[in-house]
Design a protein. Structure first.
Length: 115
């Protein structure tokens, strides 16, 4: 079970930086980095703070079908996750017509990138 990977996946999915979590929890960014990279295992109290900052139940970090496993199955890099998070964040303020246009553009970019 990789709690750090799950934390990172949820954080990126919500479009938050480690600095955002630092501000919400009071935990140092360097500590959060160590947790996400598996160098440190957080206590339940610390995990509770992180869950609160991410607006998640603490049990989510222990679920078999957690976000971390879903992202690992898709084999997305951190850079790809950040890109998709940014697209999602920016597209939420677009009207339906602009969203469809953006999706069409992304599909064309993807098609040319694989050639």
């Amino acid at each position: 079970m990789k709690i750090g990977t799950t934390i990172r996946a949820h954080r990126l999915q919500k479009g938050l930086s480690q600095g955002d979590i630092e501000k919400k929890t009071g935990l140092l960014r360097c500590y959060l980095s160590r947790v996400e990279n598996g160098h440190t295992v957080p206590s339940l109290d610390t995990l509770s703070k992180i869950a609160l900052a991410l607006d998640l139940p603490i049990a989510q970090f222990f679920a078999d079908d957690s976000m971390g496993h879903q992202f690992n199955a898709q084999k997305l890099t951190d850079e790809e996750l950040r890109f998709l998070t940014q697209i999602r964040r920016y597209s939420s303020s677009l009207n339906e017509s602009d969203r469809k246009l953006l999706l069409t553009m992304v599909k064309k970019f993807a098609a040319t990138a694989t050639r």
